[in-house]
Design a protein around this ligand. Sequence first.
Ligand code: SF4
Ligand code: SF4
Length: 381
Amino acid sequence: MPIYVIIPNMESKARVYFATARSGKWRYDDSMPGKLERLLNQAHLSSYFDKDEWVAVKTHFGSPGAYRVVRPVFLRTVVNALKAINAKPFITDTVRIQGIDYLEVANANGINHLSVGAPVVLADGLYGRDSILIKAGDLLNEVAVASVIHDVTAMVVCSHVKGHINAGYAGAIKNVAMGGISSSHRHYGWKCGRGAMHTIGEGAMEWDGNQCEHCLQCVEVCPLEIIGFVEEKIVWNSDKCWRCGRCQRVCPASAINFPGDDERFMRSMAESAKAVLGTFSPSKVLYINFLTEIQPECDCMPTADVPMVQDIGILLSYDIVAIERASIDLILKEKHLPSSAAEGLEGDVFKSIHAKPYEFQLIEAERLGLGSSRYELITLS
Ligand code: SF4
Ligand code: SF4
């Protein structure tokens, strides 16, 4: 059935299609939605996705205050393209805050059935606990793949590219690896969820009372409301904690720490991505990276900062490593924007903010056979 199957090897380069964000003509075809339509035409969707096949359009819904997600107009364009080949798309994401509240966040960020033209579905249920254990690898052992993503046969991964609290760079690999699994498994808790990437060992919070300024930002940012203070000492519910790392990230005094290892984190993300993608047949997953509003932090944080570099455009590929490599290469050519977090900082924009070895995501993903870092960039005229 598939005509264009990309099999990474040393001889071939994966195709990555690119449309610039610059617009030079006063017509729809040259707008970003129009260019996305044209990119989707290049993708030959009918060769990969079947009539009446349910197709998950995986994105990130954002959080209250973090509104720079993949815009509904783009999701609708993807939905329309899938409907045009008589597939049955739906929009999905895993639960980041309690499920009903998370659907309200999606709605507030403009993502609902009316705006995108397809149902909006929580991939791991209202409580974020509907997931299936899948063998991962040496680092993670097993991960809790969201049941909807596990069961659906085809997926379009729409990723807003940005920086990230732990990953340094966040694109398609992070969207699949962390966004494709639950925060916590019904029976095995955080150790099979996202927290297993953030932390190692028992992942117990370390709090330094001498550093703490009692600003209570950790209390406010916790999605589970499981941090409090009693007589100026932190109280933390270890059993319920997802190890999402938000409290650590917002602490202005570095008073909170979870045991972690950056390189292990990057490699474990690749492991998780492999486990998630292993639930699909080859060539049933398409990736679209949106290099727009590239801000320093993940869309799960309480705010969205201003972009660090200018909008670049949209990339599309059936190869997850190639699209990530091409995205990073394009971003690193850009100048840091004035009045942004990257202003005045030198070199790699992501490392200038987070100092994380994010390249290990790609190295490990390629080693695990998820794709090829060798790519051919095909620019839309
Ligand atoms: S890591 Fe921190 S913010 Fe996240 S669930 Fe645990 S206590 Fe809450
Ligand atoms: S965010 Fe940090 S400084 Fe503020 S109360 Fe929490 S531990 Fe203390």
